[in-house]
Design a protein around this ligand. Structure first.
Ligand code: TXA
Ligand code: MG
Length: 318
C-alpha cells in the first residue's frame, strides 16, 4: 500500500469517511484514526498496529455535541472534568452509548472519550462524519509517535494517509480518568496531574500499583509499552556506574555523566516529556544499546514521565 503524507485536513478526512485509517496530529501524541461506525475500518487499526484485540481505543470528538453519540450517561464528576479540561490532554471513561461498536471498546461497556485541543486535530475531526477512534500511531509496544516522521517510520505501507502537522507539544499520552466508577479513578497519568484533577474533583483515587497482575481496569496497562530497542536503565539519584566503551545515551534534567556521547539535557519536566519518545527513536536509529534515564521528581508531569520510563524499562526484565 502506498502511504501519502498530506497537510490537507480535507484529504485526510475523506479517507476516514471512506472507511480508511489515517494518522493525525494531536497535542499529546499522533493518533491512528478510523470512523467509529465502521467495524471494517476499526479492524484495520488493530491490524496495522499489531494491537492486541482486547485493548480498547479512545474515541475522539470535536465538540461537546458529539458526546451523546458516544456516552450514555455523564456523571457529575465527569461533567466537572469535561468543563475544566476539555479540549485538552484528558480522556474520560464513561458508560458507552449502546450504538458504539464492541470493536472500539474491546467488548467493554465503557468508552474512553477525548476532545483534543490541537487546532489541526479539531479541524480534521470536524470534517469527519462521525467520531474517530484512535490509539497512538505507533507499532504496538513501540514508543508513541510525537511527529509525522515517527508515524511514517512505523506505519508506511500499512496505512494510506498521514496528516502532517507539527511535533506534538506535550509528547506523552493523555491523562485517563475512569468516571464510570465512584469515586472516579486515575488510570493513566499525563500532562494533567492528579493534583490538578483533584482541585476539580477531590475524591479521585490514584490507580493502584498492582494493576498489572490483578485484572487491570485499563486493559492496555498490562501490555509492554513505549520500548525502544535499546536497554533502558533508570537512574533514581546520582549517576550509575557507566562503562565508557558502552554505546550509551543519557536523557534527564541534570548534566550527563562523563563518557556518554549522546545526551538530551532538558530544562524542565515539560521539556523532558516533549523530547522523551523522539529521543528513544533517535537512539534506535543510531544503534545506541543502553539509554540511561534520569527519574524526574514525582509530581506534576514528572509522575507521567516516571510511569512511561518504568514501563519502558519493564520490557528489559522479560
Ligand atoms: O493522548 C492520547 O490519549 C492518545 C491520542 C492519540 O489521543 N491516544 C492514546 O491511545 O494514547 P492508546 O490506545 O495508545 O492508549 C489508550 C489507553 C489504553 O491503555 C486503553 O487500554 C485505555 O486507554 N482505554 C481505552 N478505552 C478504555 C476503557 N473503556 N476503559 C479503560 N481503559 C480504556
Ligand atoms: Mg499507545
Amino acid at each position: 500500500m502506498q502511504t501519502i503524507v498530506t497537510q490537507s485536513v480535507g484529504v485526510a478526512a475523506t479517507w476516514i469517511n471512506r472507511g480508511e485509517i489515517v494518522a493525525f496530529p494531536t497535542e499529546t501524541v499522533y493518533g491512528l484514526g478510523a470512523d467509529i461506525t465502521s467495524d471494517a475500518a476499526i479492524e484495520k487499526i488493530y491490524a496495522a498496529k499489531g494491537r492486541p484485540p482486547d485493548n480498547p481505543l479512545i474515541v475522539h470528538i470535536h465538540s461537546l455535541h458529539q458526546l451523546q453519540e458516544v456516552a450514555s450517561d455523564i456523571p457529575r464528576s465527569a461533567e466537572s472534568l469535561i468543563h475544566h479540561f476539555f479540549p485538552g490532554p484528558l480522556t474520560v471513561i464513561l458508560n458507552k452509548n449502546p450504538e458504539v461498536s464492541q470493536l472500539v471498546t474491546a467488548g467493554l461497556p465503557t468508552a474512553g472519550i477525548r476532545l483534543p485541543a490541537h487546532p489541526v486535530a479539531q479541524e480534521f475531526l470536524r470534517r469527519c462524519t462521525h467520531p474517530v477512534a484512535a490509539p497512538s500511531a505507533n507499532i504496538s509496544g513501540r514508543p508513541s509517535s510525537t511527529d509525522w516522521k515517527a508515524v511514517y517510520d512505523d506505519l508506511k505501507g500499512k496505512i494510506p494517509c498521514v496528516l502532517k502537522g507539527p511535533q506534538s507539544t506535550i509528547g506523552l499520552e493523555s491523562t485517563i480518568v475512569d468516571c464510570s466508577v465512584h469515586p472516579p479513578r486515575l488510570l493513566r497519568s499525563g500532562a494533567i496531574s492528579l493534583e490538578s484533577l483533584r482541585n476539580v474533583v477531590p475524591q479521585i483515587r490514584a490507580g493502584s500499583s498492582n494493576e498489572k497482575t490483578h485484572s487491570p481496569k485499563s486493559p492496555g496497562l498490562k501490555y509492554p509499552h513505549y520500548s525502544p530497542s535499546a536497554q533502558i536503565i533508570l537512574c533514581e539519584e546520582g549517576y550509575p556506574p557507566i562503562e565508557r566503551e558502552t554505546n550509551s545515551a543519557w536523557i534527564g534534567i541534570s548534566q550527563q555523566p562523563e563518557g556518554i556521547a549522546k545526551t538530551a539535557i532538558c530544562k524542565n519536566p515539560e521539556e523532558y516529556a516533549f523530547r522523551l519518545f523522539s529521543f528513544f527513536r533517535e537512539c534506535d536509529r543510531e544503534g545506541i544499546s543502553v539509554i540511561f534515564c534520569e527519574m524526574p521528581p514525582a509530581d506534576g508531569i514528572g509522575l507521567a514521565i516516571r510511569d512511561r520510563l518504568q514501563r519502558a524499562a519493564e520490557r528489559n526484565d522479560k
